[in-house]
Design a binder for this molecule. Structure first.
Ligand code: CUA
Length: 161
């Protein structure tokens, strides 16, 4: 079978690129730990306001907990068009684990300058952990279109000295 040299080169380059992409994906996943966030667990949305059922039902100012010195967790809810809590204060050097779920439709979470990035879905709890060494204000935004005021749905993590 005759294959034109240009066509053969096209196949070779295409196959080589597939190998390159596979290697890059493997390295970023295994060596750098970059992976798609998987749902941590499920939650019945009907119980979301019940403090007996889960920490998501607690008053907003009680959703941030210090588990140990420098180790925090926060139970965050998204709803049209706000995060609760929308302001989180932790000292520099802290590790913060975010648990998040939605009270209504799908929302997203993206923290500027970091790879903290996940979806916030009703019925599902997303979980991600970040370490904050540099003091400053880090804005997080909703990155899933959730209605007319989607663009004003944001909050911040304030890392104090
Ligand atoms: Cu919430 Cu967009």
């Amino acid at each position: 079978m005759h294959v034109d040299p240009a066509e053969r080169n096209f196949f070779i380059i295409g196959a080589a690129l597939l190998v390159v992409f596979f290697v890059v994906l493997t390295i970023s996943s295994v060596a750098y730990g970059i992976q798609l966030p998987a749902p941590e667990m499920r939650i019945d949305p009907r119980t979301i306001n019940d403090p007996e059922a889960s920490p998501f039902g607690l008053p907003v100012d009680e959703r941030l907990r210090e588990l140990a010195p420098g180790k925090y967790e926060v139970y965050m809810t998204g709803q049209a068009w706000a995060f609760q809590p929308a302001e989180i204060r932790i000292p520099a050097g802290s590790t913060l684990t975010i648990y998040a779920t939605s009270k209504d439709v799908q929302h997203g979470f993206k923290l500027q300058g970091t790879n903290l990035n996940f979806m916030i879905l009703p019925g599902q709890i997303s979980k991600q952990t970040g370490t904050f060494d540099e003091p400053g204000e880090y804005t997080f935004i909703c990155h899933e279109y959730c209605g007319v005021a989607h663009h004003v749905m944001f909050g911040k993590i304030i890392v104090e000295e």
